[in-house]
Design a protein around this ligand. Structure first.
Ligand code: FAD
Ligand code: UDP
Length: 376
């Protein structure tokens, strides 16, 4: 008889949520993770009393009431609202593009004035395309110019996008920014979702609640002793890299990755906001995260005389680096599909999460997916 019903490979939100529901149903679960700690990419390292999002800034947002109630039943969430600021050549602009941005850009004060300004810039771009005999935007640059116009494209989109993708906007597909939100109201809330926030006390609290009572082992890579781990449970829940599960036999799936340069500063408040994007090409990083602003607000920011910032550099992924964002191009989508066909034939393995499905997933949809698997 096997020792466990489920061996769960990976303690990120997919694995941890799966373990939570399986454990509630009385299943015997073992969770293993190759990292020294649990939690996958939502893990936070406490530095100088501040929860530092070690694998990238994470903001929980959803419109799914059941998911929101579920996570709040495990840990209370704070009122954090994501409202990034863009810095272009030392001048600041609010994001997403809204009346504040248009005022900062052009000095317009009413929605009608803003709309007229955007429309005249859009028309310029449309006229230029028509003169070139083109009817549909052929690339991201043309898409942006016909959606929002030259000023915003050049100051807030071009440099940021080219740094993030490591390619010219004229060489990137238009679909990446098919739906640029443009708001004719004074509203800096980046997300359209009904609910958002950060767990009070950080994401590690959420992971601890999900894994309470579940056996876990860290620093254990499934592939270091695959034969052994395949023998410990009736079923495997695999949340690691899909191509690695098949020993890369069809080829490597590509990712985009980020290098974080994290620094402790002897000042209480460095940039006054959690997220500041640097949208000009000459600044090498894409953005600076100041972690304390995710969890302390107003005057409370000054309770801690220190702060921690992370500069983010978007770099090309090579095997051995942290895989962050799947690359949604034709080559990788086709390869992922071939791997998925192999995965579909496995009777005793459940593949789930952003690595095993090779899918860009926000946190809430990962939790929602597991809840559905358990009929919640
Ligand atoms: P992961 O969290 O990646 O967990 C997978 C785990 O499996 C890891 O701990 C890994 O060590 C382990 N593992 C892999 N292979 C093995 C192996 N062979 N043996 C043992 N263990 C293994 N979502 C939001 O909703 N809001 C955000 O603001 C947001 N920001 C993000 C920023 C970045 C930079 C990134 C990359 C993602 C962001 N996300 C955000 C998405 C969010 O991180 C994911 O939805 C979530 O982490 C998915 O959980 P997961 O369990 O699928 O994957
Ligand atoms: N974007 C931009 N300027 C910004 C922020 C975002 O042009 O200041 C564009 C850019 O093309 C980026 C896309 O919007 O790839 C999505 O960015 P976001 O940070 O919202 O998403 P993520 O990188 O987390 O997927």
């Amino acid at each position: 008889m096997m020792s466990y019903d489920y061996l769960i490979v990976g303690s990120g939100l997919f694995g941890a949520t799966f373990a939570y529901f399986a454990h509630q149903q009385g299943k015997r679960c073992l969770v293993i993770d190759k990292r020294p700690q649990l939690g996958g990419n939502v893990y936070c390292e406490n530095i100088e009393g501040i929860n530092v999002h070690q694998y990238g800034a994470h903001i929980f947002h959803t419109s799914n009431k059941r998911v929101w109630q579920f996570v709040n039943s495990l840990v209370e969430f704070n009122r954090y609202t994501n409202s990034p600021v863009a810095n272009y050549q030392g001048k600041l602009y609010n994001l997403p593009f809204n009346m504040n941005t248009f005022y900062q850009m052009w000095g317009v004060t009413t929605p009608a004035e803003a709309q007229a300004k955007i429309e005249s810039q859009r028309q310029e771009a449309v006229a230029k395309m028509q003169a070139d005999g083109v009817s549909e935007p052929r690339n991201l640059e043309e898409q942006a110019l016909t959606l929002i116009g030259r000023d915003i494209y050049e100051r807030l989109i071009k440099g940021y996008t080219e740094k993030q993708w490591g390619r010219k906007c004229t060489d990137l597909p238009a679909f990446i920014i098919k739906r640029l939100p443009v708001r004719l109201v004074f509203d800096n809330n980046y997300f359209n979702d009904t609910y958002q926030g950060i767990p009070i006390g950080g994401y590690n609290q959420l992971i601890s609640s999900l894994l309470e009572g579940v056996e876990t082992k860290t620093n254990v890579d499934f592939f270091d002793d695959r034969a052994h781990w395949e023998g410990v449970a009736s079923k495997i829940v695999f949340t690691g890299e899909l191509d690695r599960f098949y020993d890369y036999k069809l080829g490597h799936l590509d990712f985009r990755t980020v290098r974080f340069e994290t620094e402790v500063l002897n000042e209480a408040n460095h940039q006054g906001n959690a997220v500041v994007n640097y949208t000009e090409a000459s600044v090498p990083y894409t953005r600076i995260i100041e972690h304390k602003h995710f969890e302390s607000f107003g005057q409370a920011v000054y309770d801690n005389p220190k702060t921690v910032i992370s500069r983010e550099y978007s770099i090309e992924w090579k095997p051995g680096m942290e895989p962050y964002y799947p690359v949604n191009d034709e080559k990788n989508n086709r390869l992922a599909e071939s791997y998925r066909q192999l995965a579909a034939q496995e009777e005793n393995v459940i593949f789930g999460g952003r690595l095993a499905e090779y899918k860009y997933y926000d946190m809430a949809p990962v939790i929602e997916k597991v809840m559905k698997m358990f009929g919640e």
